[in-house]
Design a protein around this ligand. Sequence first.
Ligand code: F1P
Length: 340
Amino acid sequence: HFMLKEIHEQPDAVKKTLMELQDIKEMVENFPKFNRICFVACGTSYHASLVGKYLFEGLVGIPTDVLLASEFEFSAGALDEKTLAIFISQSGETADTLRALRMANETAQTLAIVNVLGSTATREADHVIYTRAGPEIGVAATKTYVSQLTCICLLALSMAGEEKLLEDIQHVPDHMKLALEAEDQIREIAKKYKDAEDFFFIGRGYSYPTAMEGALKLKEITYIHGEGYAAGELKHGPLALIDDDVPVVAVVPPGDSHDKTLGNLQEVKARGASVIALGSSDDEVLKSEAHEMIEFSGELNEVLSPIVYVVPLQLLSYHMSVERGIDPDKPKNLAKCVTV
Ligand code: F1P
């Protein structure tokens, strides 16, 4: 399958994206002082944008909105020349994204982060960064997502002058290779849970968009209902849906969000849920709480963790899709590029 091939190409895709660093630094040097960032995107590209909000508000200190392109005309508010509107799109041809880009071009500075060379968004935006993941054939986005995340990190870290994290990000492809080694374990997990009708994916902070992307991948190629939820929101209603038939995938890297997510994990376990946890191989407490534990190096900074932690979630959906007799390269009702 193209999808599996592209999942395995991800360390190389990120390596290519990392080569954009010098160009991004030069672009940033010539930027005026922006007082607002506004990300606009659809689908998987929207989840990459959500990570951007944590980076720009947490590290650069610029107020940042993230808008679904289809909602842009209703909720963008006032954009002016001090706003940088960032359009994230694999194809650069998604109709909703292009419509929003054209509206933003009237007032704001626009930047398109796109994979397909010469696509419409790259011709119409004021600034362009290419993700350089190579052509993506799989309908469900995988390697272009991690390349988008890498681009957004390079941009935010350059604007924030975070030199240490810019060094750390060079090691991300190695962390991704290690994550891919969990494939046999993930195939077994996929076999075990393939008949579940509902899944929850939970995380906090940088891991919340990862939870949403895990749920979207599941919906796209297995047709199983998956909810991506901020772990702290569970107690505001959705806990009522958790019982022993609902597996909960918990994204729990070491860092600021760790202890609180662990608390939420205990809440879902108390309702009988099976917990599939993603966390550090040093995390003995998490291991003792989880029914299944997918392990990562503890050295990885939480800020960079979204690029790596999504990998086993893509593999999980892929293998569940195959186990259910579905062709993950031909998902029903999903086109590679949505031009309407
Ligand atoms: C956005 C998107 C993809 C998804 C599918 C449909 O596309 O939602 O994330 O995988 O292909 O379109 P794009 O604007 O990033 O090209």
